[in-house]
Write a protein of this length. Structure first.
Length: 396
């Protein structure tokens, strides 16, 4: 065991899962990674990936704390515990308190607790992960890296909703934005690839995974974004509706005899691509079905692309020019079809798809997908774990 090449253990905790990766700070290599799944259920498991191979361990009814112990055991078995110099935790909502990453102490925990109403699914899980990891490795520094922090540079006119100002002053009702770690990483990477200075750059970043958001990023700072008080606003997502008319809420509640909470659950879990296609929330599955003539799948992909193109137009207003539109996340990086559908709608803004380059953008590749005459659009592979590791290291 050696401490000469320190590494950061990055943790991303969900309500029934913990994703982990141990990242070497010197060469940015992932030393070991994996995921504990179905925590709290009967058949929890832990997948561990190392040296190109993977193994699955059964964890029975393990909870987050038990899974964390198993993750640390796996790191130990592979003789890597001596390398772990800190733990970086992804935290979804940091409210207005956190503009950047912080070392976790009791005050930080209380602040994350205060943001639970804004991210009722995510923040309690993040707190469980933090508690389990601090219990297991109390001697290490623990750092919180917030999804919301990057968007704290939004100007007031972009983050305020047009509702009585008292709701902001007294209850914190404003647009916070999410996926900040990804938007920050891909805009830095795009500037590097294009050979332009981040401090003099203008990007639109579209992070398209199961959750999806886009942001306008000027000179390395977020100036507008599509997600709001909660991660439900904005783009169409796998199972989330994105924007709706709030007037719909009482109408749905009355029609389906639901409470507001149940309606919100419907908008979070039964809507988006799944709701429109009546088939699947998964773009890969929808693409296959669309190719076979499934009308619902075709429509869902068009609704998705239309909303995204509309928002790219809207975000352009916050920038003096566009150095590049960035596609990232599972869909942005892998779906040539979605990228083509979006860019074909954006001709008015000068985007011209290079179909060959778009099709050739296979998994793991990144670069431009537009012609020389076009406003640039490109694919960048996001790496939120690396960004969290680097942020964590900065604080040590
Ligand atoms: P999460 O937000 O959960 O991290 P991801 O970023 O992994 O999600 O994105 C998942 C989405 O990416 C799914 O809709 C999936 O179908 C899509 N996706 C992944 N690979 C491909 C592919 N090769 N072609 C089309 N879509 C893909």
């Amino acid at each position: 065991m050696t401490r000469t090449k320190p590494a950061v253990l990055v943790l991303n905790t969900g309500s029934s899962s913990i994703k982990f990766s141990l990242i070497c700070l010197q060469d940015r290599a992932v030393l070991i990674s994996g995921q504990a799944q179905k925590l709290g259920l009967k058949d929890a498991s832990l997948t561990v990936k190392i040296n190109g191979g993977s193994e699955v361990l059964k964890l029975g009814t393990a909870d987050h704390a038990a899974a964390m112990e198993k993750i640390l055991q796996a790191i130990d078995i592979h003789r890597l515990s001596g390398r772990v110099s800190a733990v970086g935790h992804r935290v979804v909502h940091g409210g207005e308190k956190f503009r950047e990453a912080v070392i976790i102490n009791e005050e930080v925990i209380r602040a994350i607790e205060q943001c639970v109403p804004f991210a009722p699914l995510h923040n309690p899980a993040d707190l469980m992960g933090i508690a389990a990891a601090r219990r297991s490795v109390p001697h290490l520094p623990h750092v919180a890296v917030f999804d919301t922090a990057f968007h704290q540079t939004l100007p007031e006119y972009a983050y305020l909703y047009a509702v009585p100002k008292r709701l902001y002053r007294d209850y914190g009702v404003r647009r916070y934005g999410f996926h900040g770690t990804s938007h920050r990483y891909v805009t830095q990477e795009a500037a590097r690839l294009l050979g332009i200075k981040l401090e003099n750059s203008a990007f639109i970043s579209a992070h398209l995974g199961n959750g999806a958001s886009a942001a306008a990023v000027l000179n390395g700072k977020s100036v507008d974004t599509t997600m709001g008080l909660t991660p439900l606003e904005g783009l169409v997502m796998g199972t989330r509706s994105g924007d709706i008319d709030p007037g719909m809420l009482p109408y749905i509640a009355e029609s389906l005899k639901m409470t507001i909470k149940e309606v919100i659950n419907l908008l979070n879990t039964k809507s988006g691509l799944l709701g429109v296609s009546e088939l699947s929330s998964d773009v890969r599955e929808l693409q296959e079905a669309a190719a076979g003539g499934h009308a619902g799948a075709v429509l869902a992909l068009d609704v998705f692309a239309h909303r995204l193109a509309k928002y790219i137009g809207a975000l352009t207003v916050s920038l003096p020019r566009v150095d590049a539109l960035i596609f990232t996340g599972g869909i942005g990086e892998n779906s040539a079809l979605v990228r083509a559908k979006v860019l074909r709608r954006l001709g008015v803004l000068g985007y011209r798809l290079d179909s060959a380059a778009n099709q050739a953008m296979a998994a793991g590749k990144q670069g431009l997908i537009t012609t020389d005459q076009s406003t640039r659009a490109m694919v960048i592979n996001t790496n939120e774990e690396l960004m969290i590791a680097l942020d964590t290291a900065t604080l040590l």
